[in-house]
Design a protein around this ligand. Structure first.
Ligand code: CP3
Length: 356
């Protein structure tokens, strides 16, 4: 409910409505760079317990907001909750990242997959959304999220993180029908999941297509974008009389911005490779843009961080439609004071690009 929000500049910028300053949040803003996150994480024992305990997920969601004047909160969870709910057995091993005990190894395994009911196996996420929404009490909007079908499929078929994408690409080239069956099931699952998050209180939703950029132009269209478009078409875009904006983020997707903008999404997330002004010239008439500072800038001195922020704001230029963010998640080694300098710089330098 925008009327009830004390700070709605994030939603307004996504809808390209006038704002007083450029809103800012960070991907992975609740995470290991914060000592208070590490303390809660130690209390929980492991990462999935943190995700599966709504009170703890709520606590860590709010931590970065208590430290910094951020313009949005993002649900604390993970994109791999859907494959976990489909029975693949997710766990995180120290230093290795996510692992599935039952990766998808053949067509029969894909055929046997059910589509999770968000109110059964994913109810813990929906409960976290309701609780966070309530605890935020209108301070800032809450972002819900999911992985894209293609990105989820890479983890489900590879069994974890990969550098080569050998198994998922083997499936793509040799058994495209099996992969399409999997992607279609995932698109249905993501649609139900995001709609349940919206009903529970997510005021915007973001789809993370972390691995779309490893595909060719043809295969991106066929195996990733098509399914994100299917999701966008199935989302509930209004809740309690307020528009619920949808953000699509394909890392490495700069060649395909026009196609991403044509899906019907409200905003496109950008990695750091393209000047944001160029992205605006290409698609800024259609959608809002979210991004796009290189996360490594946060290793530099506060003075250098301020210069980079000023340059990105100038590159986007005058007017609404820009949500400031990093081009990917913040790294765990970043100094929290540098984050403060970054967020402060956005609010200090951006008002001159708004108003008449
Ligand atoms: O942005 C946020 O603050 C919301 C929370 C969030 C997390 N993961 C928390 C998390 C979100 C939106 C994600 C998305 C996610 N998870 C993606 C897509 C986003 C992207 O980065 O492009 C992917 C690919 C994953 C899968 C995943 N989960 C990986 C590869 C890892 C890292 C494993 C590691 O040890 O570094 C995770 C774990 C994870 N998800 C952490 C957090 C804070 C770290 C867990 C910890 O050890 O405490």
């Amino acid at each position: 409910m925008t009327s009830f929000l004390k700070n709605d500049r994030f939603l307004r910028a996504l809808l390209r409505q006038p704002v007083d300053q450029t809103p800012v949040w960070m991907m992975r803003q609740a995470g290991r760079y914060l000592p208070e996150y590490r303390a809660t994480r130690a209390k929980a024992g492991d990462f999935m317990t943190l995700c599966k305990t709504p009170e703890l997920a709520c606590e860590v969601t709010l931590q970065p907001l208590d430290r910094y004047p951020l313009d949005a909160a993002i649900l604390f969870s993970d994109i791999l909750t859907i494959p976990d709910a489909m029975g693949l057995g997710l766990y995180f091993s120290e230093g290795e990242g996510p692992i599935f005990s039952h990766p998808l190894r053949n067509h029969q395994a894909i055929e046997a997959l059910g589509i999770p009911d968000p109110h059964q196996d994913l109810q813990y996420v929906i409960n976290a959304v309701s609780l966070i929404h309530r605890e935020l009490a209108g301070r800032v909007p809450l972002i819900g999220f999911s992985g894209s079908p293609w990105t989820l499929a890479t983890y489900m078929v590879e069994g974890g993180s990969t550098k080569t994408f050998s198994k998922i690409k083997g499936l793509l080239f040799d058994q495209p029908h099996s992969l399409h069956l999997l992607l279609d099931k995932l698109a249905q699952a993501v649609t139900l999941y995001l709609n349940a998050q919206i009903v529970a209180g997510a005021q915007a939703v973001m789809i993370f297509d972390t691995w779309g950029g490893v595909l060719t132009t043809r295969d991106y269209q066929l195996f990733s974008l098509q399914y994100m478009q299917q999701i966008v078409a199935g989302l509930q875009r209004e809740q309690a009389g307020q528009k619920v904006p949808v953000i699509l983020f394909t890392k490495g997707g700069n060649d395909w911005l026009e196609h991403i903008a044509a899906t019907g999404c409200d905003a496109v997330g950008l990695d750091w490779q393209l000047p944001i002004g160029e992205a605006r010239r290409r698609i800024g008439q259609k959608v809002a843009l979210q991004g796009n500072m290189d996360p490594c800038v946060l290793y530099a001195s506060p003075q250098r961080i301020r210069e980079e922020v000023a340059e990105i704001l100038a590159s986007y230029g005058h007017g609404s439609g820009h949500v400031f963010n990093l081009g990917h998640g913040i790294h765990p080694q970043v100094d929290p004071e540098h984050v403060g300098a970054f967020i402060h710089a956005v609010h200090e330098f951006s008002p001159m690009y708004h108003g008449s």
